[in-house]
Design a binder for this molecule. Structure first.
Ligand SMILES: Nc1ncnc2c1ncn2[C@@H]1O[C@H](COP(=O)(O)OP(=O)(O)OP(=O)(O)O)[C@@H](O)[C@H]1O
Ligand SMILES: [Mg+2]
Length: 282
């Protein structure tokens, strides 16, 4: 038993030969063995329709395995309700319209903490902290569905964050966001990282992935085809070719300069500037 509990604390997400077949018969996920460690920030990348959302919807039980198993903090998702699983893993929908339902931003933020049965003062504290973090003061009484799409998305992230799950799953959090919205998402991820939370980030935004992910999981045609550090994945020509993913622009630039000007491949703009400055100084 001791062994099992220490194992659980290290790997809050485990997929054991997970398959998912949608009711019409389409196989959207095949033979997936994936483990995510506590405190890891994992980026899931792949073309449209490669199965990213299908995979992560298994992490809070919104989808159940057609075969194989998913264990979240040691709980078999096939045997647990979405409500109980969302205490562990909070999933922010790719489309906020599928998530938001309250009549004001305030009640949207209160809903999760209330349902967790938290005391009034704790609910208040969480709502205040979340309102501040996502700068929601000006829209706190607005109807979520009357907000712009990017703001709706921020409210959706905020309302899940207010539940303080130990695992947070963000499905395309920066889609449609302006600089400000994307900066908030980055800040949230860095905050969660410093708190030791586990973050699963599905994104087409390779610059964001390169900046925040410890590990990148690449999907293609319903399968996980590669997993490694952003540096490994973005320099693996076989994976890039197969998935048709483009590394961040900073990485593409450093790849062009590699061997002639730069001694290494860089991931972010800041890293590229530092590397170029070093070359200039020598
Ligand atoms: N409810 C459903 N019923 C049948 N097929 C579905 C359903 N939901 C998704 N699919 C199909 O499963 C495949 C994987 O979809 P999924 O949404 O997981 O992809 P994705 O990688 O998240 O794509 P995107 O980048 O566009 O969000 C797609 O071919 C999609 O059409
Ligand atoms: Mg998706």
């Amino acid at each position: 038993m001791m062994k099992e509990s220490s194992e659980l604390s290290v790997k809050p997400i485990k997929c054991r030969n997970l398959w998912h077949v949608y009711p019409g018969g389409f196989t959207a996920l095949k033979e997936t063995f994936l483990e995510i460690s506590a405190g890891e920030v994992v980026g899931i990348v792949g073309q449209n329709g490669s199965g990213k959302t299908t995979l992560v919807k298994h992490f809070n039980g919104l989808l159940k395995p057609s075969s194989g198993a998913v264990l979240i903090n040691g709980i078999d998702t096939a045997e647990e309700s979405v409500f109980n699983l969302s205490r562990h893993a909070g999933y922010v929908f790719q489309n906020p319209n599928h998530q938001l339902f309250a009549t004001s931003v305030l009640s949207e933020l209160q809903f999760g903490p209330k349902n967790l049965g938290l005391p009034e003062d704790e609910i208040l504290a969480r709502v205040e902290e979340t309102t501040e973090l996502f700068q929601l003061h000006a829209i706190i009484d607005d109807h979520p569905l009357r907000l712009s799409f990017p703001l709706r998305k921020i409210v959706a992230i905020a309302s899940i964050h207010a539940m303080h799950p130990s695992i947070l799953i963000l499905d395309e959090p920066t889609t449609g966001q302006d600089h400000n919205g994307a900066a908030m998402v980055r800040k949230l991820i860095q905050q969660l990282r410093s708190e030791g939370k586990t973050v699963v980030l599905v994104s087409h935004d390779m610059a964001l992935i390169a900046e925040v992910a410890d590990r990148v999981v690449a999907m293609w045609a319903a399968e996980v085809i590669d997993s490694g550090t952003p540096r490994e994945i973005f320099s693996n020509s076989t994976t890039l070719k197969k998935t048709m993913l483009q590394p961040p622009q900073a990485t593409q630039l450093s790849q062009r300069l590699h061997g002639r000007v730069l001694p290494q491949i860089t991931l972010t703009v800041d890293e590229t500037i530092d590397a170029l400055a070093q070359v200039a100084d020598t």
